[in-house]
Design a binder for this molecule. Structure first.
Ligand code: GRF
Length: 299
């Protein structure tokens, strides 16, 4: 946290009550923004809104409690969109339709980031081939039977460090992420899961198995969840969800296709928010996304 700039900013548009972080409680984070309530400011009238404590490692963003961005400074690179364009890695084991959707959003400029590397445990999967076609380097991980050129966990961390990655997006990567990587990228690894977590998640819940279990349960709603990744399957902090109806006569394939359409939209939206540093950490550790069009609105 040495490089961290940490300010508490009141609702005063002139940002006159900037405080140091001495009396605030820090949460671990890497490049995304962090929100906490400052104990010193309790009792002040912030027009119903809490004062924000903003913490970032790279760059500096001051936000008033009405959410207006005061200033944004970058450590090198352009300030297009007010923040530095982010370097993204993606982990894929299959067709990679989510990766394609987010990649296309980066190409359109909807996501202020660029994919700089793809990691896969299946060198010939659709996602890896799409990466090669688009000039994105492919790394094989882990090393296992059939994939002898795969890297060890430590070598993977070293290899990724060369790409100066800001965020890692898991998009249908079926292996557990090694703790070495989680420690190297705290609060910077996202996964998409095709159910409304914490329901129908955990080891063994992947692909069609998820949708089959949802239908068998009688649940009337399902939908994708995007969450930060910890050392277990599907237990990291939830960042975003989208509701999809489960219809009375749904087959597994029909439900999977309906959810997947929403996955593509949700992942592109969340990637855009993450790259524009709109993720804020609530004091209880829940990450929330600040709306760009209405900075008083969080989801
Ligand atoms: C998606 O359903 C995603 O939620 C899950 O794996 C699937 C990957 O699909 N984690 P694709 O490879 O992105 O098409």
């Amino acid at each position: 946290m040495a490089m961290e700039a940490l300010f508490s900013v009141s609702s005063n548009p002139s940002f006159s009550s900037i405080q140091t972080h001495k009396n605030t409680t820090s949460l671990p984070f890497r490049t995304s923004t962090s929100l906490r309530f400052s104990p010193q400011l309790k009792g002040y009238d912030f027009h119903g809104l809490p004062p924000l404590v903003i913490s970032r490692k790279r760059g500096l963003k001051c936000v008033s409690s009405d959410g207006r961005l005061a200033t944004s400074v970058d450590e090198g690179g352009s300030l297009e969109k007010g923040v530095r364009r982010k370097n993204l890695a993606v982990f894929v084991s299959g067709g990679g339709s989510n990766f394609r959707a987010v990649h296309q959003a980066t190409v359109r400029g909807d996501v202020h980031g660029r994919f700089v590397v793809l990691v896969t445990n299946k060198h010939d999967c659709g996602g890896a081939n799409y990466a090669r076609e688009n000039g994105i380097p492919v790394i094989i991980y882990p090393s296992m039977k059939g994939e002898p050129e795969g890297l060890s966990s430590n070598d993977l961390v070293v290899a990724l460090s060369k790409y100066k990655i800001d965020f890692i997006l898991l998009a249908g990567y079926l292996k557990l992420i090694p703790s070495e990587l989680i420690r190297a990228y705290p609060n910077s690894i996202l996964n998409i899961h095709p159910s409304l977590l914490p329901a129908f998640g955990g080891k063994g819940y992947y692909g069609a198995k998820v949708h089959k279990a949802v239908i068998a349960s009688g649940a009337r709603y399902s939908g994708p969840t995007i969450h930060f990744v910890d050392e277990h399957y599907d237990t990291g902090r939830i960042l975003a969800q989208r509701i999809v109806p489960v219809l009375a006569n749904d087959t597994v394939e029909e439900l999977a296709a309906r959810v997947l359409r929403q996955e593509h939209k949700l992942y592109a939206e969340v990637a855009a928010a993450v790259c524009e540093e709109l993720v804020i950490w609530r004091e209880d550790g829940v990450p929330i996304i600040q709306s760009k069009s209405n900075p008083n609105h969080y989801s």
